[in-house]
Design a binder for this molecule. Structure first.
Ligand SMILES: NC(=O)c1ccc[n+]([C@@H]2O[C@H](COP(=O)([O-])OP(=O)(O)OC[C@H]3O[C@@H](n4cnc5c(N)ncnc54)[C@H](O)[C@@H]3O)[C@@H](O)[C@H]2O)c1
Length: 351
């Protein structure tokens, strides 16, 4: 609620994730918010969302939506190329913005988004929903309590054995900015950085590979992708070194010959303990004994709901954000640095 009235929500992009996560979770908060308007370039998708979720207005151009309808807050759920322009337009129209991950295509775009938020005096946050899992929040409490000590290195893994989404823009570099690195690697990289206190990057070496995605190999849940028209990497690896001396190794794939179908994990090493995100464990050496700490019970997470609730509460002045526009800039700069290093074959140095 803002004062005595409900928060008026607009949505830009009404595709798969928007419908499955943002819209349904706003719906659950209908005592606080109302779904007022939706814009999508696809007229049928606009109609489908209006019929199904009861938006009052639909548009095929988000600029018209922002000009014609009074809104308090906007979710941006388009392919990556449109995150920055749609977010900046919504902020300029006086709306708070929750933009799905990745923040943008480049670090410069993420900086422009933060500048627009500062100028408008509005909230800008990003949908890094893995932070909203109970596992991540348990780890954060242990890290904040000093149980890991100073975190000095770690490994970020976001790997699929054969999971290339065959719909939307996921194989199109022009629309998405890349493949697994910018799509799923960014989730686990953000989580590691969040637990490490978002250190400043110093140098990055990255390599990307296109070895398997351009072949008619066996698909899984993503269906038969268009292997003849794929412009993204299918695997990326990187070494990131931070100004404080800490480092992260990163590995991410949409397709690669390996045992597991899907790995979304981070491991961190600190002076007092280490941890594994999935399955959650903390490793220590205490009182002459090597011990592993594993929670006896972790409630099921509803990360999508928690992400929307956190945004709505922040908009109504009743809660703190857990992901900031500054963090969005850093993670985007690191992703861009990995791609730049892979392209040039050179180490990327940050100022
Ligand atoms: N866990 C997560 O955080 C998560 C999961 C899935 C997707 N995503 C992100 O959500 C975004 C969308 O992914 P998706 O799976 O919903 O894709 P999708 O293809 O199902 O939906 C994208 C929608 O955006 C619309 N669109 C395209 N250009 C537009 C524009 N200029 N203005 C308005 N609408 C436009 C398309 O018509 C489509 O309906 C991506 O950035 C992706 O990274 C995040």
């Amino acid at each position: 609620m803002i004062g005595l009235r409900k928060i008026r929500i607009g949505v830009i992009g009404g595709g798969g994730f928007s419908r499955a996560s943002h819209i349904v979770n706003y719906k659950k908060l209908n005592d606080k918010v109302e779904l007022v308007a939706l814009a999508d370039v696809n007229e049928q998708i606009v109609k489908q969302n209006l019929d199904e979720f009861g938006f009052q207005y639909g548009f095929t151009d988000y600029a018209e939506m922002l000009a014609d309808v009074e809104l308090d807050a906007v979710s941006v759920c388009t392919p990556n190329k449109f995150h920055a322009p749609a977010t900046i337009a919504a902020l300029n129209a006086g709306c708070h913005v929750l933009c799905v991950k990745p923040p943008a295509m480049t670090g410069a775009e993420a900086i422009a988004m933060k500048e627009a938020a500062d100028k408008a005096g509005k909230i800008l946050t990003y949908g890094f929903n893995f932070r909203h899992t109970n596992e991540a929040q348990i780890l954060k409490r242990f890290v904040d309590a000093g149980e890991l000590g100073r975190i000095y290195t770690g490994r970020v893994s976001a790997l699929r054995r054969s999971g290339i989404a065959s719909w939307g823009a996921f194989t199109n570099k022009e629309l998405q900015g890349g493949g697994p690195l910018i799509d799923i690697g960014v989730h686990m990289l953000d989580l590691a950085l969040y637990l490490m206190g978002y250190p400043k990057p110093k140098t990055i070496m990255g390599v990307t590979y296109q070895e398997l995605g351009n072949r008619p190999l066996t698909p899984t849940w993503g269906g038969r992708w268009d292997y003849k028209n794929i412009s993204i990497e299918d695997m990326a690896t990187a070494m990131i070194i931070f100004e404080n001396g800490a480092s992260l190794q990163l590995e991410t794939s949409f397709i690669g010959h390996m045992k597991e179908l899907d790995v979304m994990n981070i491991t961190l090493h600190g002076t007092e303990g280490g941890c594994n995100f999935s399955p959650l464990s903390i490793f220590q050496d205490k009182h002459g004994t090597l011990i592993d700490i594993t929670p006896a019970y972790i409630p099921d997470s509803n990360a999508g709901k928690s992400e929307i609730e956190t945004f709505v509460n922040a908009v109504s002045g009743q809660g703190e954000l857990i992901c900031t526009a500054d963090e969005g800039i850093k993670v985007q700069q690191i992703i861009e640095g990995i791609y730049r290093s892979a392209e040039t074959g050179e180490t990327v140095h940050f100022q």
